[in-house]
Write a protein that binds this ligand. Structure first.
Ligand code: PLP
Length: 373
């Protein structure tokens, strides 16, 4: 009997068998010819890495146990003790916590670059600076980086550009095509898309960097399990149509909130009032994604009231699932920042972040209307 499954089965095994020493030598002599041990490679994690690599147009990728592991792998692939990195000040709080609390202990120092100065790096660059880390669309204020311009500015100074493309997904922006050197994702978010996976992926434009990433994944044990990889691959199959629906719904929700008297400001690149709207339109091929943030009165009880009344946006501090959710950057993702840093970025008591799902949009609007009432 020949079994021909239409999709890749889950290879739920930690190790693979060899008949003899010749097969072992074949494993080492012909890379990619067989599998040895799942931390070093597994058909499911390779399938995920290969699929994202193809979507992002890279030279090679690794799947990791989380988005944080992806960020760590990217920095570790390009830096060593004594090096300096630049990081956009508008960044996921976990990324800055990793740099501040952990990589600093390993001798990698960081300088944060305010959004307005991203294209003028001369004053921040040191002889040991290796890279700049930035997000395509920033968390949680939805600022859009001009990646072509940023890559050119980095390369003038001999830096690599590492882009966290989690909020955009490769459907909306492909950073490597714009000049970035590494692109990474929290696969936990849009790539898997159903709030049931924790995973990451890192894609390199250069084959040598991709090989180094693979080595780092294996040595540090950052690699992803077969089951998580399989779930992420299943989610990835609908990424294109999910992004279309997320983007449509988020624009309608953003327009609704922008017109609401209790909302002071809405951050969504699809709104014409957004400072980088024209760039987002061009760089995102007309789609702006499912994430937005908005400002209520800076009063925790106003925010609490909204959270308690909303039925369709549960407070669940993640994002990008097919079901909508809400997060509170000041108390979750950006909690580790100092009060001054939070204030400088505009992360205040009244800031609420929405992850707009793919439900019928009228139901989302009705829920928001009653929750804001
Ligand atoms: N990058 C961004 C933009 C994120 O929002 C997150 C998590 O929220 C991460 C990276 C970290 O990903 P993970 O939670 O999968 O480790």
């Amino acid at each position: 009997m020949t079994i021909k499954p239409k999709i890749t089965p889950i290879y739920q095994t930690s190790v693979f068998k060899f008949d003899d020493l010749n097969e072992l030598e074949q494993y080492f002599g012909e890379p990619g010819s067989r599998y040895l041990y799942s931390r070093n490679g597994n058909p499911n994690s390779d399938e995920l890495a290969d699929k994202v690599n193809e979507l992002e147009g890279g030279a090679g990728a690794i799947a990791t146990g989380s988005g944080m592991a992806a960020i760590f792998a990217a920095i570790a692939a390009l830096c060593q003790a004594g090096d300096h990195v630049l990081c956009a000040a508008d960044i996921y709080g976990g990324s800055s916590a990793l740099l501040n609390a952990e990589l600093s202990r390993m001798g990698i120092v960081v300088t944060y670059v305010p959004f307005e100065q991203l294209y003028d790096l001369a004053q921040f660059v040191q002889p040991t600076t290796r890279l700049l880390l930035a997000e395509t669309i920033s968390n949680p204020l939805l600022r859009v980086a001009d990646l072509r311009r940023l890559a050119a500015e980095c390369h003038v100074h001999g830096l690599k550009l590492v882009v966290d493309n989690t909020f955009a997904s490769p459907v909306i922006t492909r950073p490597l095509a714009l000049g970035a050197d590494i692109v990474l994702h929290s696969v936990t978010k849009y790539i898997s898309g159903h709030s049931d996976v924790t995973a990451g992926v890192v894609v390199a434009a250069d084959a040598e960097v991709a090989a180094r990433l693979k080595q780092i994944g294996v040595f540090y044990g950052l690699t992803l399990s077969p089951m998580e990889s399989w779930l992420a691959v299943r989610g990835l199959k609908t990424l294109r149509i999910r992004m279309r629906e997320h983007s449509y719904n988020a624009l309608v929700v953003a327009q609704f909130l922008a017109a609401h008297p209790r909302v002071r400001q809405v951050n969504y690149p699809g709104l014409e009032t957004h400072p980088q709207h024209a760039l987002a339109l061009e760089q995102g091929a007309g789609q702006f994604g499912g994430m937005l943030s908005f400002l209520l009165e800076d009063d925790a009880e106003v925010v609490n009231g909204f959270m308690r009344r909303s039925q369709r946006f549960p407070f669940a501090p993640s994002l990008a699932g097919v079901d909508s959710s809400l997060s509170y950057p000041l108390g979750t993702s950006h909690r580790s920042l100092t009060v001054e840093q939070q204030a400088a970025l505009g992360i205040t008591v009244g800031l609420v972040r929405l992850s707009v799902g793919i439900e019928p949009v009228e139901e989302l609007l009705a829920d928001l209307a009653q929750a804001l009432s």
